[in-house]
Design a protein around this ligand. Structure first.
Ligand code: SF4
Ligand code: SF4
Length: 328
């Protein structure tokens, strides 16, 4: 059961990206990381993406103890946006193309929507202000029932907003539709510590203990490099929620990498799960680009070896147990 991986402090969530609709990449990511011992996969809330993730699990041949989650946002949530380029302002300098970490801008300076994760790096670098971020928010009732029927194990709610009414309303909809594990993703970008803790207390009031996970987010999509700096915010957010002693599991996410659990241990954080996105994708990027990855045993073995060192390293630090061989 999904609950076991949190209770036993061996949760490792691969963040494929709330806006990532690159089906080929998602199938390969899930395939490699499932073989590497990752037990939790967070994907975009679209039917074809969930099916691609399930196909990755099937190819790996390890579906037991592997769980799927979809991410949903609310208005203002930076995770559920995609870049849009205004051709009238663009001078084709290619700065956006060169900085995009996901190959989501083509040589004609068009956004490849399926690949865009909404990281905003192109928007920040554009010298002409030609790039804006467009919200991709949809009504939950229009897509969640179908995904729940397909078989998902958790829903992640990006509660990154100052609008308490909107948060409460969307949360009530999720509780109505889904009786499994819910994850509340929160960071400190909009609210201070006190309001964040109060918000969670209010949201979990009618839920059974430990049916909710608090995703303590740092700086989303910032973990490309293996540095302490990018992970610091996530650990600080986790510490704040740990001190609040809420009946929830704690997951650390946002700017995470191999340094995260080390820093968390130094700060005496008792986390139940680590979520890694940008860094996890980056370290196996060359294998994700291989057309014949599923038929290439050597490439698969190499990619799994790299991924396994990230997954096992994190779980060992979190659980305090040495892992031997592949976790199945
Ligand atoms: S950075 Fe801005 S101006 Fe330069 S190519 Fe991209 S959209 Fe155009
Ligand atoms: S830099 Fe980020 S926001 Fe811009 S196109 Fe690439 S993935 Fe999308």
């Amino acid at each position: 059961m999904l609950d076991d991986i949190f209770r036993e402090k061996r949760g490792f969530k691969l963040v494929c990206g709330a806006g990532n609709e690159d089906l080929d990449e998602i199938e390969k990511l899930v395939y490699i990381y499932s073989l590497a011992g990752c037990n939790f996969f967070d994907v975009c809330a679209k039917k074809e993406v969930v099916l691609a993730a399930k196909s990755g699990l099937k190819r790996a041949g390890i579906e037991k103890d592997r769980y799927l989650c979809v991410s949903v946002g609310i208005s203002g949530d930076p995770h559920i946006t995609k870049a849009k380029i205004d051709p009238n302002k663009c001078i084709k300098c290619a700065s956006c193309l060169n900085i995009c970490p996901h190959g989501a801008i083509d040589s004609e300076i068009n956004v490849i929507k399926q690949r865009c994760l909404g990281c905003c790096q192109c928007e920040k670098i554009c010298p002409k202000g030609a790039i804006t971020m467009e919200s991709q928010i949809r009504e939950y009732k229009d897509f969640l029932p179908e995904l729940i029927n397909l078989g998902i194990d958790a829903i992640e709610f990006h509660a990154i907003s100052t609008d308490e009414n909107d948060v409460d309303e969307k949360w009530a909809q999720l509780n109505e539709m889904f009786d499994g594990m819910l994850i509340i993703s929160l960071d400190r970008s909009e609210l201070g510590d006190k309001r964040l803790v109060e918000r969670v207390k209010r949201l979990i009031r009618d839920r059974k203990p430990y049916t909710t996970v608090i995703q303590a987010d740092g700086i989303a999509m910032s973990g490309n490099n293996d540095e302490y700096g990018t992970t610091l915010q996530a650990v600080a957010t986790a510490q704040m929620f740990q001190n609040a002693k809420l009946p929830c599991y704690i997951m650390i996410s946002g700017g995470t990498n191999t340094k995260t659990m080390e820093l968390a241990a130094l700060c005496s954080i008792d986390a139940n799960c680590l979520a890694v996105g940008s860094y996890a994708r980056k370290i196996i990027k060359e294998y994700l680009e291989k057309d014949n990855l599923f038929d290439d045993k050597n490439a698969t073995d190499n990619a799994v070896k790299i991924a396994k060192s990230l997954v096992n390293g994190a779980i060992e630090k979190m659980s305090g147990k040495k892992l031997i061989g592949t976790m199945v």
